[in-house]
Design a protein around this ligand. Structure first.
Ligand code: MOS
Length: 741
């Protein structure tokens, strides 16, 4: 039954999106709704000595201004926010609770008015006097104060070792010890985040841009001291998130506070500038690697020490060494993660945390080693290929990385690559070819889904998941249609509402595996139930059929091998007094102990062109080969990969959030000065999927592809730039001026 899975079905929500009918939170309009605008602080550390809201309150249309002086108290969370380690439970920034400010751009007040214009104008009239204290936003200066976080994202010790690096280095013929810096990156979702909050008595409904409605409900309920069933979160469409919608951010609860205070629904839309200090970012890192190898390229020692920034009041941990620990077969390996505190907004997961930054440095260092030992960089990776997981010792559930290397190399024309840097030219341009590996673990969380089959033959499938762009609506519809054996246009899939069955957050590339399995299992159960009903009635033309024999077409159920044996669903359901046939299933998360290590793998190959006079780097050919189990929809899957590559081009060459050290203020909090790739920066991207059959990961055999796309893109580009120019930039991103220095 693979009529739809594996096929390039166009997005089922595509028409809604391009015709403007998809409802994002900023599109929600409720009767008597008022508008809120945030006020942000302008110093990076200190106290609010005085906050004067009188001028703002005097503006026509302004209803109220809420500050720490009159905001309700919020209850701290008893559990960590999504993307934060278990050890950070009880931490977490709570807005408007006291006079303390810890970063420039922190929210300190909210104005509620009849129109958005009145609210934003009045917000500018709130005056504040501060007691300033010294602040720090410069990571380099703060590096010496690095500390070890209690745990990583999974509760693990952030330090890791196997063998002894000291011994491995003694065996090495060649050692490289590069140090790298990566910059702060911001998610920059296309749609600024927005929240609409409405109260009916003590019941709160929140329309939000969020990656998991059920988890947001838990957070809001606890912050506001409400029972779970008094909170409903609705988020059918999200205009991009990339991790910034994993945790419930301050503005969401502020909208709820404001709506309760004024007794009307309130809409709060962040400005682009506010997005830079309100929804997290990919943290700045400093990473030191030591690689020892024999002349044949065999790694004998690998050490990876990573430091990244977090905020003053909170702990967010990216274990940037995660991939280092499992990618190559190296017997002696040590890794550490440290944090430094800066006066910044708390970082959060950003597409492929923590691998994006970790692999940037690991795969750059592998390229440095390849050059040092004089071995082709692709060959070096093959010589250190891990046939089982070196970290856990477990066999891979499947691994097709060699195929990825081979096919990608062929497609990019790797055999034409000269071994000497700065030796390839096209006209006056320097040409370089680079490669890097990508991998991402396969996660599966518990999830629930429900199915209803109605007398008219239509099926409604529901799970409170999210679709932040990867195509969740589409693939869930495909899974349901194939599992129910029903035409695709008779299936409707709904998500993004806590009124629907529980689903985990859409993060960690696990939605296809988790929610997909739940949809699969629920539809499977519905079909069995259908067969069971039929078989209760010996006179049914379909009596004696098993679930596998059946299909639904139009308003009837019939046998696939003999369509003349058919019965109208209305008759069948009517006989049993049922308004519809229903099944609801909870699918489990990945079990433990695990027998296999499951990861998606891939390789990125890139050809760059560097202008020797200006230092501009152009990505002119990019080939990604991805092996991620079964590809459920090549259309949406390709879209995921090209999106990830585009993010990786930004990561390598452009994206960098910059601070004014004196004020601690972000100076490029806008899309004209924070550079992201535009069409002219992105060539035609080639994506090759290596199909894998992996029976171990989940019933669908899909490994997830949201994050793997971006990992490894930046080092592939950096390595190509080195090959083109002979210049090794270790301070990312690779801006043109760095190549001219
Ligand atoms: Mo992803 S950064 O887990 O949303």
């Amino acid at each position: 039954m693979n009529k739809h899975l594996g096929h390039a079905l166009p997005r089922v929500d595509g028409r809604l999106k391009v015709t403007g009918q998809a409802t994002y939170p900023s599109d929600v309009s409720l009767p008597h709704m008022l508008h809120a605008h945030l006020v942000m602080c302008t110093i990076a550390e200190g106290r609010i000595a005085l906050i004067d809201t009188s001028a703002a309150e005097a503006i026509p249309g302004v209803i109220t201004v809420i500050t720490h002086e009159n905001a309700p108290r919020l209850q701290p969370l008893s559990f960590p926010q999504v993307g934060q380690p278990p050890s950070s439970a009880g931490n977490g920034f709570l807005p408007l609770q006291d006079d303390r400010v810890r970063f420039n751009g922190q929210v300190i007040a909210v104005v509620v008015a009849e129109t958005p214009e009145q609210a934003s104008y009045a917000a500018g009239l709130v005056t504040v006097a501060y007691d300033r204290e010294p602040h720090q936003v410069d990571m380099e200066t703060a590096l010496h104060a690095g500390f070890k976080p209690k745990t990583g994202g999974f509760g693990e010790d952030v330090d890791y070792s196997r063998g002894a690096v000291k011994n491995g280095l003694a065996e090495a013929d060649v050692t490289v010890r590069p140090h790298y810096n990566t910059a702060i990156n911001h998610h920059n979702a296309l749609a600024p985040f927005a929240t609409v909050a409405a109260w009916e008595g003590d019941r709160l409904t929140v329309y939000d841009a969020i990656q998991g409605v059920h988890i947001e409900r838990s957070v809001l309920a606890e912050w506001l001291s409400l029972p779970l069933d008094k909170v409903r979160v609705i988020s059918p469409f999200v205009g991009g998130a990339f991790g910034s919608g994993l945790r419930t951010n301050a503005h969401s609860v502020i909208a709820a506070i404001a709506a309760r205070r004024v007794g009307h629904p309130v809409k709060l839309v962040l400005t682009r500038k506010q997005m830079y200090t309100s929804v997290g970012h990919r943290p700045q890192t400093h990473q030191e690697l030591t690689l020892g190898a024999r002349w044949d390229g065999q790694l004998t020692a690998l050490r990876h020490d990573a430091v990244h920034a977090t905020s003053m009041g909170d702990e967010y941990v990216d274990v940037n060494t995660e991939v280092t620990q499992m990618l190559y077969a190296c017997p002696n390996l040590e890794a550490s993660t440290r944090l430094v505190r800066l006066n910044i907004d708390t970082p959060c997961p950003m597409r492929a945390p923590p691998q994006a930054n970790g692999v940037f440095c690991l795969e750059s260092a592998m390229d440095e080693l390849a050059f040092a030992v004089g071995i082709d960089p692709l060959e070096l990776r093959l010589r250190n290929y891990a046939d089982s997981d070196p970290e856990t010792g477990l066999p891979w559930s499947s691994k097709s990385l060699k195929d990825c290397y081979v096919q990608g190399a062929e497609r990019i024309g790797w055999e034409r690559r000269t071994s000497t840097p700065r030796s390839m030219h096209e006209g006056r341009y320097l040409i370089g070819l680079g490669v890097a590996t990508t991998t991402y673990p396969t996660f599966k969380s518990g999830a629930s889904a429900s199915v209803r089959i109605f007398p008219d033959g239509s099926a409604l499938v529901q799970s409170g998941s999210a679709d932040i762009g990867p195509g969740t609506y589409t693939i869930m519809t495909q899974i349901a249609a194939d599992t129910l054996n029903i035409p695709i246009n008779q299936v409707r899939f709904e998500l993004g509402d806590t009124a629907l069955p529980y689903a985990p957050l859409e993060g960690g590339s696990m939605t296809a595996a988790s929610v997909g399995s739940a949809v699969h299992d629920a539809c499977h159960s519905a079909r069995s139930r259908l067969a069971e009903l039929l078989n209760r009635d010996k006179n049914s033309p379909l009596a004696g059929s098993s679930a596998e024999d059946l299909e639904i077409v139009a308003d009837s159920v019939r046998r696939t091998d003999d369509p003349s044996r058919s019965e109208r669903l209305a008759d069948l359901l009517g006989r049993h007094g049922l308004p519809h046939l229903e099944a609801k299933v909870k699918s489990p998360g990945a079990g433990k102990p695990r027998q296999f290590s499951s990861h998606a793998f891939g390789a990125h190959f890139v050809k760059v062109r560097v202008d020797p006079d200006t230092g501009e780097v152009g990505v002119i050919h990019f080939v990604s080969t991805i092996a991620a189990g079964r590809i459920l929809n090549p259309n949406t899957a390709r879209s995921q990969i090209i999106g990830g590559i585009t993010g990786g081009i930004g990561h390598a060459l452009m994206e960098q959030t910059e601070f004014d050290l004196a004020s601690g203020r972000i100076i490029n909090a806008n899309l004209s000065e924070y550079h992201i790739p535009v069409n002219a920066d992105v060539p035609d991207l080639e994506v090759i999927f290596i199909q894998e059959k992996d029976p171990h990961v989940n019933p669908l055999g899909a490994k997830g592809i949201g994050e793997i796309a971006l990992i490894g893109v930046a080092p592939a580009i950096a390595n190509a730039v080195f090959h083109a120019t002979g210049i090794r930039i270790r301070d990312f991103p690779i801006l043109p001026e760095k190549l001219l220095a």
